[in-house]
Design a protein around this ligand. Structure first.
Ligand SMILES: [Zn+2]
Length: 113
C-alpha cells in the first residue's frame, strides 16, 4: 500500500500545529527558568482577572493541539515502521474513508466508535 499522500497530509498538519503551538506555548516558558513568583505579590485583583482570561483563551487550544501533535507523531512513526493503516486494537485494515477524515487515527472505525 502506498501511504505517501497520507504521510504528506500528516506532515503538513504537523507543521501547521507546531507553528501554532510555538506562538502560544513558547511565550510563558521563560517564566519557569526564574524563581517561582511570590503568590501574594502576584495576587492583585486586576492581574488575577487578566490571568484567568489568558489561561482560558490560550491554554485549552494549545493543549488540544499538543494532543493532536502527539497523535500525528505516533502516526508518522507507524508509517516508518510499516504498521500504519492497521487498527491497534483488532489489527484489521483501517478503511480509507476513515483515514481521510482522521489520518492520525490508530483505530479502525468500529474500534474507535
Ligand atoms: Zn479495530
Amino acid at each position: 500500500m502506498d501511504f505517501s499522500t497520507r504521510k504528506q497530509t500528516l506532515e503538513l498538519r504537523r507543521m501547521a500545529l507546531a507553528g501554532t503551538l510555538e506562538n502560544t506555548a513558547l511565550a510563558p516558558a521563560p517564566a519557569h527558568t526564574g524563581r517561582a513568583p511570590d503568590p501574594v505579590q502576584m495576587g492583585s485583583a486586576r492581574q488575577a482577572g487578566a490571568g484567568l482570561a489568558g489561561a482560558g483563551s490560550i491554554a485549552v487550544p494549545a493543549r488540544a493541539g499538543l494532543d493532536e501533535l502527539r497523535r500525528i507523531d505516533a502516526a508518522l512513526a507507524r508509517l516508518r515502521e510499516g504498521s500504519y493503516g492497521f487498527c491497534r486494537i483488532c489489527g484489521d485494515n483501517i478503511a480509507d474513508d476513515w483515514l481521510d477524515q482522521r489520518p492520525a487515527s490508530p483505530f479502525c472505525k468500529s474500534c474507535a466508535l
